[in-house]
Design a protein. Structure first.
Length: 84
């Protein structure tokens, strides 16, 4: 089972920073999760303005194959500071 690392995110909506857990990898072969569980792990809500922010994992293993997610860098710039 992978564990989240603590990060600070600068909300692209209001510009305030907040702490949350970031799942850099999710392995569904080791820990079977529903689609809703995966979405819950990668979606974060700003406690200041309520904006929802999606931080997809760098690596999602679904079966024998690896699927690599790349965030759409042009859509929205998200500043992150790793705390761990």
């Amino acid at each position: 089972m992978s564990l989240p690392v603590r990060v600070k995110i600068k909300c692209p909506g209001c510009g305030e920073w907040f702490e949350t857990g970031y799942w850099a990898s999710i392995n569904l072969m080791v820990e079977p999760l529903s689609e809703e569980d995966v979405e819950e792990r990668i979606t974060h809500q700003c406690p200041h303005c309520g904006k929802k922010i999606v931080l997809p994992p760098d690596l999602l293993v679904t079966s024998e194959e690896w699927l690599i997610f790349e965030a759409d860098r042009e859509q929205e710039k998200i500043e992150i500071e790793f705390l761990d």
